[in-house]
Design a protein around this ligand. Structure first.
Ligand code: SF4
Length: 191
């Protein structure tokens, strides 16, 4: 079947986006080998690091390809028994989570009463968070409830973790928060 240059470019672009290989195939052109070859060339000299998709509790395995200390590709890990190389659309876009000009890379702070955000040094921000957690915990810590039952807790702090956190981080987070007397601890992956 004859395909115009404009039509070919349009279809090739769609195939590169991984969405229309079927459409090209329906015109009698199989771009799968070319697409696969282009992909393997792109990651030819890269190192592959197994990782886990940060987005939800399914925990699909990924391969993060790195060249010259830069992430150049992230795809499903075929060795993962969970997803066997597949990723849902959200997981397939993980690369854009890392490599994105719109990514926020500095701490933004809006002072009480202010209407504007200002950048803040990370260590300064961490100190501020620690101070506020300590103050809130100390101000609201309850040793006994109204029935005289020992509770040793604060209801003023709620912890919402992210699915980007690994097991080790969550272990330490639980220890820290339960040690402070915080009981509402949830993770975004389950919401
Ligand atoms: S790829 Fe999709 S289903 Fe798998 S962990 Fe990521 S968000 Fe969840």
């Amino acid at each position: 079947m004859a395909v115009s240059r404009r039509g070919f470019l349009k279809l090739s672009g769609a195939a590169a986006a991984g969405t229309a290989l079927g459409g090209v195939t329906s015109l009698g052109i199989n771009l799968t080998p070319a697409y696969a070859a282009a992909q393997s060339l792109r990651i030819k000299n890269a190192q592959a690091f197994p990782s886990v998709c940060p987005y939800c509790a399914v925990g699909c395995g990924t391969l993060v390809h790195v060249a010259n200390n830069q992430i150049i590709n992230i795809e499903g890990n075929p060795d993962s028994p969970i997803n066997q190389g597949n990723l849902c659309p959200k997981g397939a876009a993980i690369y854009q989570l890392h490599v994105n000009p719109n990514r926020q890379t500095q701490v933004l702070h809006r002072a009480p009463g202010s209407t504007s955000w200002e950048t803040m040094d990370l260590s300064q921000a961490m100190d501020r968070v620690a101070q506020l957690v300590k103050k809130t915990r100390d101000d609201t810590f309850v040793v006994q409830d109204s029935a005289g039952k020992k509770v040793m807790a604060t209801e003023a702090i709620f912890s919402l973790g992210g699915a980007t956190m690994d097991n080790e981080w969550n272990h330490v987070q639980q220890k820290l928060l339960r040690g402070l007397g915080v009981t509402p601890i949830e993770n975004q992956a389950r919401i």
